[in-house]
Design a binder for this molecule. Structure first.
Ligand SMILES: O=C(O)c1ccc(O)c(O)c1
Ligand SMILES: [Mg+2]
Length: 607
């Protein structure tokens, strides 16, 4: 499939945008008019730069408000369009996007509009230009792709076809099956955008909240399946108006975009195969098929001064499994299947942070190769002869993601590289979930990364109220919930009184959190203090037994309940930006204690 991207998706100058698209690996780009207008470079220079970078210039856009007007205005519009066709000749672009009229249309008569499209087509043909007519979702008279298609058919001109944009179709809930009945020769261009489901006027929704396919709530795999069944084999282009992307590093955004298109091709292929109603003519990108991870292999924390962390793990009943054979700064602490690697060597600014997560997978090489084909960055780790080769890539936030296969005893192969590997079975049985703080401009990218690379599923995102702002939180998890990651978007600017923002943590699964809390506190563990008001509120919500409530209060335990069962958990004090949590899920409770998250954030803010 030929991949393309509109320059409007990216921040920076037109040259930076072109470099970013080429470096990511797109085949072509759509030039957004304003990017050229504000550029000091001539159209010829932009054409040469694109050629030099190996990018085709697929589309010039947009030309607005041409059709559905009276003759006097149409004459002016033809002159305006002709100037653009001349410019396109200089750029070497032969396809223009014509947006349906949103402003100046006064003639709601299909015969008139079709005639004007035909006359525009005549003019365009003189310049070797073709016109792709796009029904904008808020077009005054034309806002439905089927209507734009009927007009194009009526115009009956070889140089006039339609542009399909998934946003304009899916945001209006237009039926998508009719796409299959379009003549592929008349589909001149295809733009893709996803978006979160919102109750907002469609123009604002489109101009600010579009995201890459897979990052929103639209069924783009379904859209693609309908499109491909027509036989369309032209470029598929990303056109994302997004306030965050406009501020983020264009090189990263371009990679995020290409990843979305590669992943979408896999999904479209699966959809076509499952529906068995034709496959189209396009060769879709393939990826190594991998099962989702079956568990956490380890969590790695790094920081130059891990003494407090060691003490905390000890108080929680973890066993010191000793140092790594060839890396003395690396040590392992374990309890049940919870394995924490402390790396005292490589701390960014020395502060403790979650640096790596290991996943249990069946085929580590296939998982790693899938990640690399989705443009994850490979991480090289030094190792000695005879040591397990870990397959490692970097997640968008820099967390190192590694893949390993458990041995017949259910243990990771690298464990023998540590001094003591005696199993330590206590109340903690494994890692329940890991929270990672995401930089604000990379949140959507992170969700898509974990969905596409690891095959995790995104749950609906939540906003958690905290003294420093609203914290956006979204869980990605495996179907059986053996792997759960909570991604949190830190509010800008304000952390706690020390400027810290606590959103990185490791939550351990426990069979009896009350017993564990009692033991750990007796061992001197410093818990996060939960205010009395919380327990009064809890009582009003759940009508708990007084003795039970008293125990929760005494042990700084938090409580929640869902349709399956209930949930008890507590937090430790933070060490730098990291803290630990212990959770007990009873009878299949499936959440994360979301109603308790504001209580935690406020308590951490005060410390
Ligand atoms: O918001 C707009 O004006 C606009 C312009 C061009 C497009 O292709 C589009 O989908 C929207
Ligand atoms: Mg569009």
């Amino acid at each position: 499939m030929r991949t393309s991207i509109a320059t409007v998706c990216l921040s920076g100058t037109l040259e930076e945008k072109l470099h970013a698209c080429a470096e990511a690996g797109f085949d072509g780009v759509e030039i957004f008019e304003l990017d050229l207008v504000v550029s000091p470079h001539s159209p010829e220079r932009i054409r040469d730069l694109a050629r030099h970078l190996g990018l085709t210039l697929d589309l010039y856009q947009p030309i607005r408000d041409l059709e559905g007007v009276d003759e006097a205005l149409f004459a002016q519009n033809l002159r305006r369009a002709e100037a653009k066709f001349r410019l396109m000749n200089r750029l070497g672009i032969d396809l223009a996007l014509i947006c349906s009229n949103v402003a100046t249309a006064t003639v709601n008569d299909d015969a008139v509009v079709a005639d004007q499209l035909r006359r525009l087509g005549d003019l365009a043909a003189r310049y070797g230009v073709r016109l792709a007519y796009e029904a904008l979702a808020w077009g005054k008279y034309v806002n439905d792709f089927e209507h734009s298609y009927r007009l194009v058919q009526a115009a009956d001109h070889a140089s006039v076809g339609v542009a399909l944009d998934s946003f304009h179709i899916l945001s209006r809930d237009w039926p998508v099956e009719p796409i299959e009945r379009l003549d592929p020769e008349k589909i001149f261009f295809v733009q893709l955008a996803d978006a979160p489901r919102m109750q907002l006027d469609v123009l604002s929704w489109s101009r600010h909240y579009r995201v890459f396919p897979g990052e929103g709530g639209f069924d783009l795999a379904g859209f693609m399946a309908h499109l491909l069944r027509t036989g369309y084999d032209g470029p598929v282009s990303l056109e994302i108006f997004n306030d965050t992307f406009r501020q983020a590093d264009p090189f990263r955004t371009a990679i995020d975009g290409l990843r979305s298109l590669i992943w979408l091709q896999e999904q479209a292929r699966e959809r076509l195969a499952s529906e068995q109603r034709g496959e189209g003519n396009v060769r879709l990108a393939t990826l190594p098929a991998v099962d989702e991870p079956s568990g956490f292999n380890f969590a790695e924390l790094k920081g130059t001064e891990p003494t407090r962390l060691r003490q905390m793990l000890d108080q929680l009943g973890f066993a010191d499994s000793g140092r790594h054979r060839s890396k003395p700064a690396v040590e392992l602490w374990s309890q049940g299947d919870a394995r924490v690697i402390i790396n005292a060597q490589r701390g960014a600014e020395g502060r403790l942070q979650v640096a790596g997560i290991g996943f249990d997978v069946v085929e580590p090489l296939a998982s790693c190769s899938r990640a690399l084909q989705l443009h994850a960055t490979s991480v090289q780790r030094t190792q000695q002869l005879g040591e397990e080769v870990l397959q490692v890539v970097s997640a968008p936030d820099g967390t190192e993601i590694s893949f390993a296969r458990l041995d017949d005893q259910g243990r990771p192969p690298w464990m023998v590289e540590f001094e003591h590997t005696v199993p330590n079975d206590g109340l903690i049985t494994g890692i329940d979930h890991i929270n990672l703080a995401q930089p604000w401009q990379h949140f959507d990218e992170a969700v898509l990364f974990f969905e596409s690379v690891l095959g995790l599923r995104a749950q609906p995102s939540l906003d958690i109220t905290a003294p420093m702002g609203l914290v956006r939180s979204q869980v990605v998890s495996s179907e059986d919930r053996a792997v759960r990651l909570a991604l949190n978007l830190a509010p800008l600017g304000r952390g706690d009184h020390h400027g810290r923002f606590h959103e990185q943590h490791i939550a351990f699964a426990c069979t009896d959190v009350r017993a564990l809390a009692r033991q750990a506190v007796a061992n001197g563990l410093k818990q996060l203090r939960i205010p009395d008001n919380y327990y009064d509120d809890l009582q009003s919500r759940f009508d708990l037994d007084e003795a039970f409530l008293g125990e929760l209060r005494a042990l700084n335990l938090l409580y929640d309940r869902d349709e399956h069962g209930d949930f008890l958990h507590f937090y430790t004090e933070a060490i730098d930006d990291v803290f630990l949590e212990v959770v007990e899920r009873r009878s299949g409770y499936d959440g994360y204690g979301a109603p308790n998250a504001p209580v935690r954030l406020a308590a951490q803010y005060r410390v």
